[in-house]
Unconditional design. Structure first.
Length: 131
């Protein structure tokens, strides 16, 4: 009787071990589903942020890239004719309740048809309750 119970136990342990990869994948998918649910709860966050940027970005600035990642990090790449315009944009974003930790990460001057253009990269983080 004990031998048969040990065989059953060994068979169950082997089956449980074979299910470990499936269990790990299921946990990963559950985390992804939870992330999607959280994002759906904030379905219009990207549009709201984009709308606010559209309202506050001066005409002198062209935004080329607008990215918000899973960790609510925001990244803006753009160009202007003066570094002061990019700095002014950072100052404007600092006044917004939607953004925290804004920073002009980089800027570079280049010539386009005899005119100086400033390429810039601004990074920040979305406020937890701002979206």
């Amino acid at each position: 009787a004990i031998t048969s119970q040990r065989r059953v136990l060994a068979a169950l342990e082997a089956e449980a071990a074979s299910l470990q990869p499936l269990a790990a994948e299921t946990r990963r998918q559950m985390r992804q589903v939870q992330l999607v649910r959280e994002r759906l709860g904030q379905a219009h966050t990207g549009l709201v942020i984009f709308n606010e940027l559209y309202a506050v970005v001066p005409q002198e600035i062209s935004l080329h890239t607008f990215v918000v990642d899973e960790d609510s990090q925001i990244s803006l790449h753009g160009t202007s004719h003066a570094l002061s315009d990019a700095v002014k944009l950072v100052t404007t974003l600092e006044k917004s309740p939607r953004f925290e930790r804004k920073d002009l990460r980089s800027s570079k001057v280049r010539k386009v048809r005899q005119t100086e253009v400033i390429d810039f990269h601004i990074v920040g983080r979305l406020e937890a309750g701002g979206g």
